[in-house]
Design a protein around this ligand. Structure first.
Ligand SMILES: Cc1cn([C@H]2C[C@H](O)[C@@H](COP(=O)(O)OP(=O)(O)OP(=O)(O)O)O2)c(=O)[nH]c1=O
Length: 201
C-alpha cells in the first residue's frame, strides 16, 4: 500500500513525516474552485478536489498498481464568518492581519482521503476547527511582519509556526490544524476505518 500526499506545502509534508510514515508527495496542479456555503464545506470541497486530482492521475499513470491512500488538505482562516485564503498582495495581507488583531478567529482545515481498497474507490472527507486569539498588533508591527515575506503563502496572512507566534495569545483546539494538517485526527479517522497507516510503505 502506498500513501500519497497531494500537497505542495512543506509544512504538511513535515507534519506527516512527524508520524514516521513512508509516503510520496504529488502536489495537485489544478485551479481548485471554491464551492460550498459554510467554511467547513468549502475546505472539504477544496481538499477533495486536490486529493481527487492526484488519485485520478495516479490511477492513469499506473503509479498505484497496489492499494493506495491519497491525502489532500485545505486551510482557511475565518473571521466573523468571512473566509480568508492567502493574501493577494501586501495590502491584502495588511487588511487581513488588521482584522485579526486583538480578536478571536477560527482556522478550518478540510481533509480528503481517497483510497483504493481491493480495486474499489473509497472517498472520505472531514474537517477540524481551531479557535485562535490574537493580541492587539500595531500597524508598525504588522508592516514589519509583512516585510519578512512570511504571510504571502499562508491563509489569513500569518504562520503560527513562524514569527507570528509573537502575536498569538491563545489557541483552543489542535495546533497542527492551524499549521495545515490535523495529523492526530487523520490518524484517528483512519484507525476508525480499520486502516493501519504503518502497514503502508
Ligand atoms: C493559519 C496558517 C496557515 N498556514 C498555511 C497552511 C497552508 O499551507 C496554507 C493555506 O493554503 P492551502 O491552499 O491550504 O495549501 P497550500 O497551497 O499551501 O498547499 P497545497 O494546496 O498544495 O496542499 O497556509 C500556515 O502555515 N500557518 C498558519 O498559521
Amino acid at each position: 500500500m502506498k500513501i500519497i500526499l497531494a500537497s505542495a506545502s512543506p509544512r504538511r509534508k513535515e507534519l506527516l513525516e512527524q508520524l514516521g510514515l513512508t509516503f510520496l508527495v504529488f502536489p495537485a496542479q489544478g485551479e481548485e474552485k471554491q464551492v460550498g456555503d459554510t467554511p467547513s464545506e468549502i475546505v472539504m470541497n477544496l481538499a477533495k478536489q486536490k486529493a481527487g486530482e492526484i488519485y485520478e492521475k495516479m490511477i492513469e499513470a499506473k503509479v498505484g498498481e497496489q492499494d493506495s491512500l491519497v491525502i489532500g488538505a485545505d486551510t482557511v482562516v475565518v473571521k466573523d464568518g468571512k473566509v480568508l485564503g492567502k493574501p493577494k498582495n501586501r495590502e491584502d495581507a495588511f487588511t487581513m492581519l488588521k482584522g485579526l488583531s486583538g480578536s478571536i478567529h477560527e482556522v478550518y482545515t478540510g481533509v480528503s482521503l481517497w483510497m483504493r481498497e481491493d480495486g474499489k474507490k473509497v472517498q472520505y472527507s472531514f474537517y477540524e476547527c481551531t479557535k485562535v486569539t490574537m493580541y492587539p498588533v500595531t500597524d508598525e508591527e504588522l508592516n514589519r511582519y509583512i516585510d519578512t515575506g512570511e504571510p504571502m503563502d499562508k491563509a489569513g496572512a500569518y504562520g503560527i509556526q513562524g514569527k507570528a507566534a509573537a502575536f498569538i495569545k491563545k489557541i483552543e483546539g489542535d495546533y497542527n490544524n492551524v499549521v495545515g494538517l490535523p495529523i492526530a485526527r487523520i490518524y484517528q479517522e483512519l484507525k476508525q476505518l480499520g486502516i493501519d497507516v504503518y502497514k503502508f510503505s
